[in-house]
Write a protein that binds this ligand. Sequence first.
Ligand SMILES: Cc1ncc(COP(=O)(O)O)c(C=O)c1O
Length: 414
Amino acid sequence: MPYGSRLAAMMTRRIGRECVYTPSARLALYLALRRWCRPGARVLMSPVNDDVILFVVLAAGLRPVQAPVSRWDGNIDPAAVPESTWRNVDAVLTTNLYGLPDRVVELRHRCDELGIPLIEDAAHAIGTHVDGQPIGTFGRVAAFSLSKHVAGMAGGFLAVDDARTRRELELLRDDLLTPRRLRADLATTLRPLARSAVRSLHLVRPVWRTMQRLRLLERDAFRMDLHAPRLASSARHAPSLTAYEPWVRVDLHGFRSRHGALVRGQLELRMALLDGDLARRRAGVSLLSGTTWASPALRDGAGDGPPPLFRVPLLVHDRDALLERLVNHGVVAGYVYDPPLDDYAGAEFVEPSPDPAPARWFAAHTLPADPLLARRIAGALTKERATTARPPIPAPPVFDTTTTTTTPPTPLGQ
Ligand SMILES: Cc1ncc(COP(=O)(O)O)c(C=O)c1O
């Protein structure tokens, strides 16, 4: 039996595609990029994304091309991508940021026209649908993360259409896995339990502050240090996961570990509880969508019922100060993708977006709220007198006047 096949079968039952188990979504994405893109290929992606994903794209030996995004949800705005860019990209990578769906129907259509692969990053979007169809079934391949939805702090999947491709990817994966270590498996199993104990004992604030003070956190800021000279010299070895490992492993050192039965068994138990988790997320999204801070992208989808988002993007002024004060209410909000990747990494490492303003605005004003903590977060923001931010009226386009219209928020499927 292939490694992780029981977990893969659980995911296949959920989305109806052939699935490959991976220890993380980042490894799944690396495999997808290596399988569908030749070295040097140009990949269109949103700059409002985890920096780890930028490093995965670089590790695969590819050039990340930053797309203009929707100011409402941070996902690629296909209509704002200049025709000259469309003609010069070799693949499209979605984000489905916080679980809000990318404009997948449009992107799929464009990719089909151009004969290039659509690669879906569905790490945030287990349970999100567009027109009744699950995110992760639109592209040639999709990556999922169990760390996000079942708090497993390990686990991911690649989903493809046929068994032959699945087997091919299993072999590629096996080549990249590092050997199992019992100590690391124990840590992976215990970490989520420790985290939920800290939460239920109301110790989030003291534990977080102590970790900050003792410099035990891997990131001092929203973005990790780029270490530009070292990153530039790693390019000589690309494609190579090993050369980029110092960046790719941040927040999840076991991202390529061949976890044993202990970790996988725990993930099976957690996955069996996924539907309950998604229902609780829907309830939290429903509560937060009704607040003044909710992005209009959320309200517009209310007709289909609330989606089970990973995080709810709330749009607020003074976001950074609010994040600090939320810690006093026992809430540590991660997954802030500020600044956008083109501002963070610069033109040496990425091709900048032709229209960076919407990404900058969205990245600077978004407070990603965990829907499982909806009541606590809404209460804390009320006490802190958080004020709602709305994007400025778009300035007239400055590059190609025929292609810069910003599409309105996509109505959400559930
Ligand atoms: C958008 C996105 N994709 C992929 C990943 C990688 O997921 P994993 O931690 O399972 O590797 C992350 C991690 O936070 C992410 O935010």
